[in-house]
Design a protein around this ligand. Structure first.
Ligand SMILES: Nc1cc(-c2ccc3ccn(Cc4ccccn4)c3c2)[nH]n1
Length: 250
């Protein structure tokens, strides 16, 4: 998979050289290109922003540098088995990043990311790009960041780890939070008895029993309990189920 990232803070994407994503790049699973938006300015001050038309606080990112940058990305990556990338633009008003969306994006051969800053990017950039490639605005959640770079790091990690060969043991991707609608079970390792100062902390005995059926059952119960306690919205409510049954809704 090819990834192109356009940003005014290229160094913000340095973490993509580290850990599993960095290894995926070295293994040729990911091909990441980071572009400095200021490369595509045409004035000696390398201006990327201006005051908002219609007034208001802050600054807005100018359209021309973005149009030039996206044209460069399309031209540079044309040999990707896809003529254009799917452009992902992080924004507080986007569709939520979910595990399902991460799986969808992991099927694509080429993603491009536009990292906005200031109060956002001139709306005509989305129109211009949308006439040339698929564009999706993606939100990490209902809070406001200062720019798109942190969101891109999160999206690249969520998508990249789903690619074959990135995570050593693919089984570890299965019983994770949000993969099958339940939160993950608690995990433990040695020592089985931890002398934490004057407190002795033991692991649940079932985990030491060697009874794999009992361990699996305990872990599933833990997932149900945790989900009910922390994310009841993820559980099919009995009331909802009842109502649907009453309405005979298929
Ligand atoms: N889930 C998310 C994503 C973002 C995000 C992504 C990109 C940009 C570019 C600029 N800003 C700041 C800003 C502030 C006010 C209104 C609009 N944007 C961003 C915020 N915040 N929360």
């Amino acid at each position: 998979m090819r990834l192109d990232v356009v940003t005014i803070f290229p160094d913000y994407l340095a973490p993509l050289d580290l850990s599993l994503i960095g290894k995926a790049r070295r293994d040729g699973i990911l091909d990441v290109h980071v572009h400095d938006l200021r490369t595509f300015t045409d004035d000696r001050h390398r201006t990327v922003d201006d005051s908002p038309l219609g007034g208001g606080a802050g600054m807005v990112m100018k359209p021309e540098p973005w149009a030039r940058a996206l044209e460069h990305v399309v031209d540079a990556g044309a040999s990707q088995g896809a003529p254009v990338p799917h452009l992902i633009v992080p924004g507080p008003g986007g569709v939520p990043l979910t595990q399902a969306l991460a799986h969808e994006l992991a099927q694509e051969p080429w993603l491009a990311f536009a990292c906005g800053r200031y109060e956002g990017i001139d709306e005509r950039v989305y129109e211009h790009a949308g006439e040339r490639m698929p564009v999706t605005i993606v939100s990490l959640g209902d809070y406001v960041l200062n720019g798109g770079e942190v969101a891109v790091l999160a999206i690249v990690e969520a998508v990249g780890r789903l690619l074959p060969g990135v995570v050593g043991n693919a089984e570890s991707l299965v019983e994770e939070s949000h993969e099958d609608g339940l939160l993950e079970y608690p995990v433990y390792t040695r020592p089985a008895v931890w002398a934490d100062g004057d407190v002795v902390r033991e692991v649940p005995p079932v985990l030491l029993s060697g009874n794999h059926g009992a361990i699996a059952a305990w872990r599933h119960e833990q997932r149900l309990e945790r989900t009910a306690a922390r994310r009841p919205d993820l559980l099919p409510t009995s009331a909802t189920t009842g109502a649907l049954a009453d309405l005979d809704v298929r």
